[in-house]
Design a protein around this ligand. Structure first.
Ligand code: 4NP
Length: 149
């Protein structure tokens, strides 16, 4: 089973959204059994918390299941066990490169899978408050990622 981990800073807004959008798409494509999808944050500041209400609302509005989520900090073990580590922005990229070993070959940016949208990073709704924009990019990137898998 291929393991993919989505990574952001807090693991309460963007990467949980990506985790559950990806799980939903894989289920709809009948590919659920082939992949293990999870998410984590580089900061650990929200460890043990549930996802941000804005992310929860957006997923609910799209009828995407998002049960049993608990925010967690990225560990070396998670990196070692994953075949792909997909980060949301350039700071996540630098942090993962700096603080974790043997990640270079599996590190990708979410926006690599949504090049036509013209974003260099997935904007952080923690600051922008715009969960719709984030969802739009995340969905587009997940659809393209599935085509590549
Ligand atoms: P996320 O958003 O990285 O998409 O989960 C953030 C969540 C919390 C904070 C920053 C970004 N924070 O500073 O607590």
């Amino acid at each position: 089973m291929k393991k993919i981990i989505f990574v952001c800073l807090g693991n309460i807004c963007r990467s949980p959204m990506a985790e559950f959008v990806m799980k939903d798409l894989l289920e709809k494509e009948g590919m659920k059994g082939e992949f293990e999808i999870t998410s984590a944050g580089t900061s650990g500041e929200h460890n043990g918390e549930s996802m941000h209400q804005g992310t929860k609302n957006k997923l609910n509005a799209k009828n995407i299941k998002a049960k049993n989520f608990i925010s967690k900090k990225l560990t070396q073990k998670m990196c070692d066990e994953s075949e792909m580590i997909i980060v949301m922005d350039n700071m996540n990229l630098q942090n993962v490169k700096c603080f974790y070993q043997n990640v270079e070959l599996k590190l990708k940016k979410m926006t690599d899978f949504a090049k036509d949208l013209g974003y260099d990073e997935v904007p952080d709704p923690w600051y922008s408050g715009d969960f719709d924009e984030t969802y739009h990019i995340v969905l587009h990137a997940c659809r393209n990622l599935i085509k590549e898998l």
